[in-house]
Design a protein around this ligand. Structure first.
Ligand code: 5GP
Ligand code: ZN
Length: 113
């Protein structure tokens, strides 16, 4: 956990462009955007991926989707948007801290963005 990039971003040890912060989650712009709007929404607690979602922490996911819907309005994504979470090697996950990509601002292809 000490070595987790997104834990360091949440703690403010690594700078990020904040979009949202509350007691449960933090949202910031992706450093390598794959769409005109590309925001990452992460829980403030360290969960390695969606494979770690269980009965005790699944409420976070509903909360994060509430935040995604709110941010989509704030960021002007009225024409539509997408939320993606990658899990493990085959899923293309590069950062091992649960995160949801919020993508929009163009007609998205059937690939992630
Ligand atoms: P994944 O590939 O794990 O689903 O997504 C990780 C995302 O984190 C990628 O889209 C990547 O561009 C983004 N990312 C990696 N390092 C940083 C960073 O230091 N700052 C920000 N803002 N995004 C990062
Ligand atoms: Zn972490």
């Amino acid at each position: 956990m000490n070595d987790c990039l997104f834990c360091k971003i949440i703690a403010g040890d690594i700078p990020s462009k904040k979009v949202w912060s509350d007691e449960l989650c933090y949202a910031f712009y992706d450093i390598a955007p794959q769409a005109p709007t590309h925001v990452l929404i992460v829980p403030k607690t360290h969960i390695p991926s969606a494979a770690g979602i269980n009965a005790e922490n699944s409420g976070l996911v509903g909360h994060i989707f509430e935040v995604a819907a709110k941010l989509a309005v704030e960021l002007g994504l009225e024409n539509g948007w997408r939320v993606v979470t990658n899990v493990g090697e085959d899923g293309g996950q590069s950062v091992k801290h649960l995160h949801f990509h919020l993508l929009g601002g163009k007609k998205l292809s059937l690939e992630m963005a």
